[in-house]
Design a protein around this ligand. Structure first.
Ligand code: ADP
Ligand code: MG
Length: 322
């Protein structure tokens, strides 16, 4: 009896022909993008999809589609740009303006401040190290914020579904897809993997992930970092055919006079979000939803954020408070 069981086990193993997983990482979309699956050629092809989205949504490249839209105030958009803007307007409406891609002028101001701070930190001539004000760092002026705020409001984006064209109804406006492009790109890559016949994969664009199928007999296991102790994992997510993303105040920020200023902006005030949240993790049926919603809930705060996410199918929220 024992012998027969042993034989069946051996036959079973031979039948499943285990193939090793390959992981490839590339610098894209301003972050590290990793794709893990058992088919190398499929990985290469999936990266092409991510590259396409980067080419469209990169604000730093003056030739990108988004830069051309921002410069001209109108464009005959590619399907991908159109989809990303459409999706963003959905979150704008659902959140009553907390998620708003027209925050771009404010994002520019605050990201410039974050850069200034980073430069000071790494300067060898910083004198009294690490203490904001003493190193000459100042906050943006109220008039600067006011000017930028006057350009904000996604209701001033006009879309024409029949021609995929879009335009701004106020001159000087601009958009920033930083809160949704990574999730959207992950979904595109996953679609390409599926077309290549892949049934098990992990795509991770700087913490915006999608887990396709399982890894062997188990779900994919994703660790979420502690917002204040980068070496520590606070919890694990076990995912199968699901996306997940975390928005936090701990990757791009500066501290001045003991106050933290991050890269997620409250479009109502023009200032970085100032609530009790350090990070929001969203699990959702796709990566674009988890990306868009994690930023949205971060801005909305716990009560309103949970209320909104509670209305959406297949969505789970994990909030870490300060
Ligand atoms: P990350 O890009 O760091 O993973 P998020 O997905 O939360 O984090 O996106 C933050 C980015 O979204 C910012 O860097 C900025 O480009 C943009 N952004 C900031 N505030 C808002 C907002 N209220 N609505 C939409 N986009 C925003
Ligand atoms: Mg996001």
């Amino acid at each position: 009896m024992k012998k027969i069981k042993f034989l069946i086990l051996i036959l079973g193993l031979a039948g499943c022909s285990f193939q090793p997983y390959h992981k490839e990482a590339r610098l894209m979309l301003g972050t590290i993008v990793e794709i893990t699956c058992q088919d190398r050629a499929a990985i290469t092809s999936a990266f092409e999809e991510i590259k396409k989205i980067e080419t469209i949504a990169n604000n730093f490249n003056p030739d990108s589609e988004i830069s051309r839209l921002n410069a001209a105030g109108k464009i005959q958009a590619s399907q991908d740009l159109y989809n990303m803007v459409r999706e963003s307007l959905k979150y704008y409406r659902l959140s009553e303006g907390a998620f708003d891609i027209t925050v771009a002028p404010l994002v520019n101001i605050w990201k410039e401040k974050i850069r200034e701070f980073e430069n000071k930190k790494s300067s060898p001539y910083q004198g009294e190290a690490g203490r904001g004000k003493s190193r000459g760092l100042t906050l943006p002026s109220e008039s600067q914020i006011k000017r930028a705020l006057s350009l904000v409001g996604s209701d001033k984006i006009s879309l024409d579904d029949s021609t995929s064209s879009m335009s701004f109804t106020q001159s000087g406006m601009s958009i920033d897809l930083g809160a949704i492009a990574k999730g959207y790109a992950v979904d595109k890559a996953v679609r390409r993997l599926k077309e290549s016949g892949v049934r098990s994969a992990l795509v991770n664009a700087g913490g915006n992930v999608y887990c396709l199928g399982k890894k062997g007999s188990r779900k994919w296991r994703i660790g979420v970092r502690h917002p204040r102790k980068p070496a520590e994992i606070v919890f694990y997510l076990d995912l199968e055919n699901q996306g997940a993303a975390t928005s936090g105040d701990y990757e791009q920020f500066f501290i001045l006079d003991k106050k933290r200023y991050s890269h997620i902006i409250d479009p109502k005030t023009g200032w970085p979000v100032d609530n009790n949240i350090s990070s929001v993790t969203i699990i959702a049926p796709d990566a674009a939803t988890s990306d868009g919603l994690s930023t949205t809930v971060f801005v909305l705060g716990k009560e309103k954020g949970l209320e909104l996410a509670g209305k959406m199918d297949g969505v789970e929220v994990k909030i870490i408070e300060k």
